[in-house]
Design a protein around this ligand. Sequence first.
Ligand SMILES: [Zn+2]
Length: 685
Amino acid sequence: MWIEGAKQAGVEAHPWDNLAEEPLPTSVEIEGTTVPVKWLPKPELGESGGDLRNVVFVYESAEPHLRLRWQWQARGDFGPVEHRITIENLGGQEVWLLMVDSLRLDWKVTPTQNLRNVYVEKGADSPSAEGTHLETVSDGYNWKGKSSTYAHPVKDEKREIIPAEIVCDSNGNGWYAGVEFSGRTRISLERNGTSLKSVLGLDPEPGPFKTRLGPGETFETPTVFLGAFRGGPDGAGNQLRPWVRAVLGNPVTWKDPQYPLMVNNSWGSGMQVDEPLALKMIGESKELGLEMFHVDAGWFRGVGDWYSEPKKFPHGLAFIADAAHREGLRFGIWTDWTQAALDTESGALNVRDPKVSDWLVTDLKPDWKPEDFKGQTIDIGVPEAHDWAAKEVKRIVEDYHLDMLEHDGYLVAQGCVQTDHPHGPPNRSTMRVIHDWASDFVLASNSTDVSYHAVRAYYDIYEKTRREHPGLLFEICNDGSRMVDFGSAAHGDYFSITDTYDPLSNRRAFYDTSHLLPAAMLESYVEKWPVPKPENFLYMLRSGMMGWITIMTDTTAWTPEQHEAARKAFELYKAQLRPFIRDAQMFHISARPDGVHWDGLEYWDATRGKGVVYAFRGSIPDEAGHHFILAGLQANKHYRLHFEDGSQPDHEVSGSELLGQGLSVRLWNPLSSELVFLDEVAARK
Ligand SMILES: [Zn+2]
């Protein structure tokens, strides 16, 4: 059925046949007893629109009284189709559901078929040495990728992925699938003989998963998407990225011609931000041509006490916002609005307040202390905690005249010891609690269920805030890229893609993440870095200019020459690079950056017949030149090349050369860069 829907949505027919039957849940638990469920089809309740864009099968169980909806939907005019299952409790009794996967695939493959699985890690903390994985799917292959609300990388252990898989044959054809949910999820892929199986959905581990379904309540599996592509992993990305924009993205954001914005962020001065610094940065932002001033952590009275510190901001934050607005800049701030600490002032979320302590994910010891900008997370899956947080977010946005709200840290719970919350209780005998950076992280049998409820609450709060404040931007940071997935992509406007901000880490995180998500949504913070030569300065800036750029260094420390170079680079970004970052196709035209050798990235906008290549030379002294094999061009056309820094005179090259031997770039010095603009030459008479 989905293939019909996919065809309707403009996906070309392909040779993949799914043999998996999706089993409906065979039992539930009621008062601790397993009760079998018998599902009967209810065709009269289903939907099958004439255009096959929305197909719903409905089943019901009489006792216990449950209704299951099994839905396929094609929301885009192109790209993947989406699938979800919902189960509604129509009876008067509480029911516990066991694991319901979102989607099971079982493709028939031939024993000789060469297949690869491409997946990417979250840039959480620092990008790892690998980041983008291209694995051969041979007989016996057995892979599992996991994602959660807060990736916690552990050295030498598998890292969390952005939850998607791209499965590709040797001709570059294949299918991709991913999960539109920020809770604990997993994707598995297994090849055995002629069977290639994949399962997507909530993470059953550590489990066993159980979730409560009260009378009138509905459980919904994470929505998954499934699409078919040609042209290898970049072919998949060039379909998926525009689909994320068109279907999951916020239309108001994408209509904004300044999106992705150029930002000046105060973290270059750390927690020391205050009114004089803020006003100085607003002036600097204006002079440099930046478009938003972003106050990072340090502005508040304390963790959980999201009121400006009067000693630092005697006139409050709205005063700073208004000052930014007067200069034509937008204004945003850092928060971690689910964290509580010890402040006792009115409005503060205090862990010792009996009401608040009931919302915390663990019971804190009497000597517990917060850190500068870290506290203990509340579980917003609890309705009262959700309501408090929704009101607090509204107050912060309105009182501080915000254009952008960043959330950082461990925001959405994924593990909780409490037994009187909507999620199930943990099994205490197998429970683990990790204390890190002032917060407790619980890994227990109920973790996936905790994340399920808390993520729904998080989405609800941001959906409501967006309705009330169209045009408000949400930055999803979470200590740098720890909650990057297709559910957060549907509820926020851009992601911090790593928490390590040197040029190589920025390029690595961008290389990985941009396989799956629109470049405009991918924010690189550019921090202070040694720049003995002017070309090192441009290399540093451009390493963060392939998507959304946020400057996070004290720009008053820049020399007049650096100011001028930055101003020119920002002007070029707005006039020429941003249109590609928003609209163009993207090609990964090198191996993943290693900082030693060359790396590069190509944008190509076929509609305008224009593109750009970002070329970076690594640290090695004896590699003055490199050939980038380009993509997306036509062999029989000609292209005018413009070298922005003048490393070569402008000239014309044939498409066949650019696609064959490649674009030749030469740079004198290591750790330098060039931007090569491509312009299709009109056919000669
Ligand atoms: Zn809880």
